[in-house]
Design a protein around this ligand. Sequence first.
Ligand code: ADP
Ligand code: MG
Length: 708
Amino acid sequence: MSNHFLDTKIEFLKGVGPKRAEILRKELGISNYRQLMLYYPFRYIDKSKLFRIADISSDEVHIQLRGKVVELKNLGERRGKRLVATLKDDSGEIELVWFKGIKWLASSIVIGKEYVVYGKPSKYSNRYNIAHPDLDEVDSSLIANKVTLEAVYPSTDLLTRLNLNSKGIHKIQKNLVVQLGGKIQETLPFRILEQLKLISKEKAIVNVHAPENEHLLQKARYRLKFEELFYLQLNLLRQKVIKTDKIKGQIFNRIGDYFNTFYNDNLPFELTGAQKRVLKEIRDDVGYGNHMNRLLQGDVGSGKTIVALMSILIAIDNGFQACLMAPTEILANQHFEGIVELLKGIDLNVQLLTGSVKTAKRKEIHEQLENGELDILIGTHALIEDKVKFQKLGFVVIDEQHRFGVQQRSKLWRKGTPAGNGKVVPPHVLVMTATPIPRTLAMTFYGDLDVSVIDELPPGRKEIKTIHRFDSSRLKIFGFIEEEIKKGRQVYIVYPLIQESEKMDYKDLMDGYESIQRRFPRPDYQISIVHGQMKAADKEFEMQRFVKGETQIMVATTVIEVGVNVPNASVMVIESAERFGLSQLHQLRGRVGRGAEQSFCILMTGNKLSADSRLRMETMVKTNDGFELSEVDLKLRGPGDIQGTQQSGLLNLNIADLVRDGQILQYARDIAVATLKEDPNLEKEQNHRLVSTLNYLFGNKINWGRIS
Ligand code: ADP
Ligand code: MG
């Protein structure tokens, strides 16, 4: 999609010139028409709606006023210094306040002149004022042109100095829009425009910068958001098609003795419907020579391990080795013990490889891997060391995905089986995570992966009861803990993470530990303590005491967040719960509720909570559903703060918003899927426009490194 006109240097645009061009490039990275065209407004002022000052009754929304400045005062000293203007219309008066840029404003505001004011009122000692409003002289040209919606652009200090504040940018955008007429090619196929009743690209661009009216502005934004999300999805899905074509996987077409014996003799419970469905999804992937790269999402306790194990048995039935990698030694240990137990009576060689395995044992494991005697290797990142070579690695499971980087995963990928021609057939990869990701994010970040979801807990689980208590009721909580311990249960008490710099956290933890010890003295009670500043071996020792039931209370920082399984623990107390994010709180809560008893999660907070913190506590109390929580989390924090999304670079969206535009994203995804289903390689005439746009947007590079 070469379009020479759009490549025109920005300095040639009316109203720009070399000086402004330079600063636009430096500050905003805008050096040609196209880049300016894609620099969209972030909001619009509705010039058609005017509020009367007397009618202001809420501090919820931005409003627009029109009136005369009747008084201008400099008030306050030093940091309290402010400029106050009194604006008067025929209904009343209101104060406008500025704390910054006072000098310039004081010299430019003219008493007696009429202004249009835009801002958010706030109530201060029973009267409304507006801090830092936008202030415009009543511009008769705007009124004459009946412009009602004015675009507002982000700007910077340096740009403002060259008169390129929002208004200045708006002016040059209007010059650009005039130039663009007839020069913007359509980038979506006609049938999609028809199907979704989208306006043309040109009309959308014009209206996003200079909206004719509200209706066309909405149509314009919708069209541009759709386009952005559609090409993102189409690209992800096309990469998947190409990968599936190019990368051959091992074929596991036999279900043999290991699987069947396990299924008939060892499986300790009936699989849930969700577990069966996921197993089938995996079998369909690995059975026909495609390479599997699958993300398995399932809430804590949903039973991902058994699905992984049964998949591993299929690999072994087909003559391959398998490995399972966990993020910590404790988890690797638990997986090892659990799996050895599950495989009792079945003749398979299962070994554990972690940092603390002795050299002699390590050597033995390396040898058995290479000569094929070892079937299942379980371990930590010790697994990815170069020395670890498999004879025939066919299946890799990675637990708690977010702790591992992409690089580490691709290292495992390269440990596949030589195909004879110097190439390696990569093992199938199953990545498991207990951090549910909102649907919209999953579609985007894992758009080129297959995603399976276990959305059903095993039967008979008692729902964890979650309550929120203020620090002032700690004594009652201690009483409750005592009762639970008397019943033979164990209790976690968790404090915010200790970081080296944060002496306060350490003090909080130690103060807490001391008061707990006073309330639960030895020898009747035994307490474990684990925190981030302890040596690994000491942590391990304390953890194990709790796992074995030798201690009743585990006082810890969030080091216990992931994975540990102590079914007898039934109470999770989270101190300073307001300092944790929702997904972290949910992970912590998942440490209890693993046994037959009723479990409890108690969120302790200070009395004063921010609105966000209160919403987080209420959400935790209200639901145990990780996916529901993740949606709230996304709304509260925005996509950029959700775990793992930062590195992906996929968030550089120009106009769409993954939080608010979930519905558009769904349409975009559906249409991209349908398009590729009909024409997987986009060879048909009708899809030429798609190919050229894709190539323009993403180039021809396929990112092979991005395994998941
Ligand atoms: P997670 O998905 O958090 O890794 P696990 O695989 O550790 O969950 O399973 C949690 C517990 O549930 C384990 O004790 C496991 O044996 C048990 N479990 C798993 N699937 C079922 C099932 N279908 N019926 C009953 N219990 C199950
Ligand atoms: Mg698990």
